[in-house]
Design a protein around this ligand. Structure first.
Ligand SMILES: Nc1nc2c(c(=O)[nH]1)N[C@H]1C(S)=C(S)[C@@H](COP(=O)(O)O)O[C@H]1N2
Ligand SMILES: [Mo]
Length: 368
């Protein structure tokens, strides 16, 4: 398939975060919207080129441990029962650890440029249930995992003597057959934009972004665990030196919250201000959101923690009356229905990758 556009041409408005123009963050103001508009939605690609797929010739292959392998056209998918709901997801590398800011990471990007939380978003997605497609194919009892193949491939961006790799990852059968694991063809009422996976992407509610394979061309049902490059060599955190296993692989998004109002650098008026933000917790519910305006010395529950829609984030608001002009350190902290709360610091500093950072983030503001 022909590759015609680069991401720089496609989405000039969002902020490039690495030298190869493969990752773009949403500007902080974009996260003030419950639904992040498509043209401000972050892009995380492993290669610079965006696959250009023609829906007239597009086929989705379903094979492996199935009774009837399928080759579905775009039209076939559109004719299947449609589902539509909001889903929030973040890249596993969103919100870099403050200690790493300004440093070149092991993946070659400068952390300073992606300081903040812009490698995430919330949108309304429409598509078909993956479970319906798998049911049509008839999954055999031998199935263990389902592997998803993207149309994009190339030498990996960071490893020396790079191997040619395809963007592919797997899901355990239970998550693949969950009725809301989606094959999405629409984002916020529009056909999936090219940088976000046109014409079809996997969408895994509650999981970090790397699991939601874009430009999906193959679904392969496996009788074993998939061990591919982006499954076993990426998206993990090194465990403590004395731990039994070397790595923990990231799956569901950890409990986390951010402040979206005020914006970084915005001067807060002394007369009072409505603080706002968002919170989420993978497959769990956020049940508590606390705020501190004195750098974590005192906490109180926010005025309003809004319910979420589908698999979206929860928005929150809190009226703040500062005691007087000066510098303040704001913090917000979410707790989920399992009783898990955001840690005050990034817990795995020995690892150096910084994935899955859900620490309480200090937010400096000036009140005038
Ligand atoms: N085919 C393919 N799918 C992919 C990727 C990719 O590079 N290729 N990047 C993954 C990563 S790491 C993230 S965080 C999300 C980003 O989705 P978005 O660009 O639509 O925001 O897509 C995931 N799916
Ligand atoms: Mo990602």
């Amino acid at each position: 398939m022909a590759i015609q556009q680069t991401q720089t041409e496609v989405q000039a408005q969002i902020i490039p975060t690495n030298a190869g123009f493969r990752t773009f963050a949403a500007p902080p103001s974009a996260l003030q919207n419950n639904i992040v508009p498509n043209d401000l939605y972050y892009v995380r690609n492993h290669w610079r080129e965006v696959p250009q797929i023609d829906t007239a010739t597009y086929r989705l292959t379903v094979d492996g441990e199935v009774n009837s392998p399928l080759s579905l056209s775009y039209q076939d998918l559109l004719e299947m029962p449609r589902k539509i709901f909001q889903v929030t997801f973040e890249c596993c590398g969103n919100s870099p650890v403050p200690e790493y800011w300004g440093k070149v990471t092991r993946t070659g990007s400068v952390m300073e440029q992606i300081k903040g939380h812009g490698i995430m978003g919330n949108a309304e997605w429409a598509g078909v249930s993956l479970a319906d497609v798998l049911e049509r194919a008839g999954v055999k009892a031998s199935a263990v995992e389902v592997m998803f193949e993207g149309a994009d491939h190339g030498p990996d961006e960071t490893v020396g003597d790079p191997p040619e790799v395809t963007y592919e990852r797997s899901l355990p059968l239970a998550k693949a057959t969950h009725p809301d694991t989606l094959l999405a063809y629409e984002m916020n009422g529009e056909p999936l934009p090219a940088p976000h996976g046109y014409p079809l992407r996997l969408l895994v509610p509650g999981w970090y972004g790397m699991t939601s394979i874009k430009w999906l061309v193959g679904i392969h049902v496996l009788d074993h665990e998939f061990k591919g490059f982006y499954q076993t060599e990426r998206y993990m955190t090194q465990n403590a030196p004395d731990a039994e296993t070397t790595y923990t692989y990231h799956t569901t998004m950890k409990v986390k919250s951010i402040i979206t109002n005020p914006l970084p650098g915005e001067i807060v008026p002394g007369g009072g201000y409505l603080l706002a933000g968002a919170a989420w917790s993978g497959e769990n519910e956020v049940v508590k959101l606390e705020i501190s305006t004195d750098g974590g010395a005192h906490w109180k529950d926010v005025d309003t923690l809004h319910p979420r829609s589908g698999y979206s984030w929860n928005r929150w608001e809190h009226q703040w009356q500062p005691a007087g002009p000066g510098q303040y350190t704001l913090m917000c902290r979410a707790t989920n229905d399992k009783g898990e709360t955001q840690p005050m610091e990034f817990p795995n500093k020995w690892d150096g990758r910084g994935y899955g950072n859900n620490m309480v983030f200090p937010f400096e503001v000036e009140v005038r």
